[in-house]
Design a protein around this ligand. Structure first.
Ligand code: COA
Ligand code: ZN
Length: 302
């Protein structure tokens, strides 16, 4: 089977199409009734294990899916105020007390590190320093083709995994686009990404979703300022708080008042677009709100 076909046979294919390809190929190519196709249970790709091209394609796809995409140190605008995490003030205090050696002690996720500070005056120092670190968050710049290309390449995989349309990149990747993308960099890899739309408040796109039943509350049209179009973290880095940190970066850095001052939104102002099961769990933890009925509501948009 051609490499193009094997690519198509990754996790995104709907079942009937996948069956169709596998069955028809089996009739033509099966050797002694042995199935020459293999599904990788880590990345979910189906490939022809007798084809060098397919093996190579699987290797590339597998690595991307599990470990993220290579990322050049010079790419992206470093975000220094991405975290309002519990001990941010301790971190800042410690830096003041002991400038030289404290930076390495604070980790974004174990085991590598970065440091954030809400103090504007420290930003240049921190940005330079952060780029030397192994772990940090960037805003992907709309006028820098290399970083847009790298992020778009990862988004192809993300859209495949989410079964989402592939033509929804303009809002974060073109200068006239009304949105942003934030990437999580770890060990020179783009390991997580979120793309954020700025919602037009006149369009009545906001909805509340009841978390346990997934039912949309009728006749209520809340105004949410931002829409989480996509959020994804590579498989080997899940469960380390990366998605939550990306959301914080988006919350604090998408709407800006001036070049220097961003607008700090409430978490519920970030609405979800058709959350997946995993996305629903993240939403529940990150920004669900409790209704007076006791039900937990998730901000969504259509
Ligand atoms: C959903 C996804 C982005 C979460 O990324 P992540 O970096 O693992 O999430 P975090 O570690 O920041 O999770 C923060 C909290 O959300 C909750 N959460 C996130 N993913 C969860 C999961 N799979 N199961 C249960 N809870 C989960 C947890 O409460 C977690 O906090 P805790 O670990 O302290 O309990 C990631 O699993 C993913 O990329 N999935 C595939 C793409 C996808 O479905 N995207 C969502 C589109 S709506
Ligand atoms: Zn694989």
């Amino acid at each position: 089977m051609s490499s193009t076909n094997s690519k198509k046979l990754n996790s995104t294919m709907n079942n009937s199409l996948r069956k169709k390809y596998i069955q028809s190929s089996l009739r033509i190519n099966s050797k002694n009734s042995k199935n020459i196709f293999e599904r990788c249970y880590n990345c979910n790709m189906v490939y022809n294990k007798d084809s060098a091209i397919d093996l190579n394609n699987h290797k590339k796809f597998h690595d991307l899916s599990l470990n993220g995409r290579n990322w050049n140190k010079s790419w992206g605008e470093i975000i220094t105020n991405h975290s309002k995490c519990n001990d941010i003030h301790n971190i800042t205090d410690n830096i003041k007390k002991n400038k030289a050696n404290t930076l390495d002690k604070y980790f974004l996720t174990p085991p590598t590190s970065s440091i954030t500070s809400p103090k504007k005056g420290n930003n240049i120092l921190l940005k330079t320093d952060t780029r030397m670190k192994k772990e940090y968050i960037v805003e992907i710049r709309k006028t820098f083709n290399s970083e847009i290309r790298a992020a778009t390449q990862l988004m192809e995989l993300v859209n495949n995994e989410l079964n989402a349309p592939h033509d929804e990149n303009d809002f974060w990747s073109t200068p006239s686009g009304n949105g942003k993308a934030f990437g999580y960099i770890k060990d020179n890899k783009l390991v997580g990404i979120t793309t954020i739309e700025i919602l037009d408040l006149n369009c009545k796109r906001g909805r509340w979703m009841i978390s346990d039943s997934k039912v949309i509350v009728e006749n209520v049209f809340p105004y949410f300022k931002l829409g989480i179009s996509r959020i994804w973290v590579c498989k080997n880095q899940r469960g380390k708080g990366i998605a939550a940190k990306l959301l914080e970066a988006a919350r604090l850095n998408t709407l800006v008042r001036t070049k220097e001052a961003s607008i700090e939104l409430e978490k519920w102002n970030l609405a979800w677009s058709q959350p997946t099961e995993m996305g629903g769990k993240l939403a529940l933890k990150y920004n669900s709100v409790k209704h007076k009925s006791g039900k937990l509501l998730i901000p969504c948009y259509i």
